[in-house]
Design a binder for this molecule. Structure first.
Ligand code: SF4
Length: 152
């Protein structure tokens, strides 16, 4: 089984209440090979919700207590992001998922780039909180930009 960000499967789970559908992934869903997950919803955050960015590092730094996740109103949502990551890992382990296709640039799901914490639309190298936890536990995470259906 492969974990997929639910917003990319067409579910309206994004912070702004929209989806980020990636048609290329429909094949995996229809074949029954995918499990959908939205870490931020699993962490207890509402939808829609204020956008959030990692401040002071990336997802690995959040796991290590060296960075925080702050929303655009200045609220610290680090605990919710950590809970969402832990719940996602639990789901991955329960279905035996070894790979995940998660949404690039998200502070939860990004796997190469995330926003830089200034809320100016600027990106930097780094991974989201859920991606960091999955990768630390041996689960390979790629983004929608790197989908190769023959190797999933
Ligand atoms: Fe999509 Fe991940 Fe954001 Fe949920 S947390 S809306 S799955 S990018």
């Amino acid at each position: 089984m492969i974990l997929i960000s639910s917003c990319m499967a067409g579910l309206a789970t994004r912070y702004d209440g929209n989806d980020a559908h990636v048609e290329q992934l429909d094949q995996l869903l229809q074949a029954g090979k995918a499990v959908l997950v939205c870490p931020e919803q699993l962490g207890g955050l509402p939808t829609p919700r204020p956008p959030a960015e990692i401040v002071g590092g990336d997802g690995y730094d959040v796991l290590d207590g060296k960075a925080s996740v702050i929303d655009i109103n200045g609220c610290d949502v680090t605990e919710e992001f950590l809970k969402g990551a832990q719940q996602t890992l639990k789901l991955a382990l329960s279905v035996g998922a070894k790979q995940a296709v998660l949404k690039e640039h998200s502070p939860s799901c990004g796997s190469s780039f995330i926003y830089n914490g200034t809320f100016r639309g600027e990106k930097k190298d780094g991974v989201g909180v859920t991606t960091a936890l999955l990768e630390r536990n041996g689960i390979r995470v790629i983004s929608e930009d790197d989908i190769d259906l023959d190797n999933l």
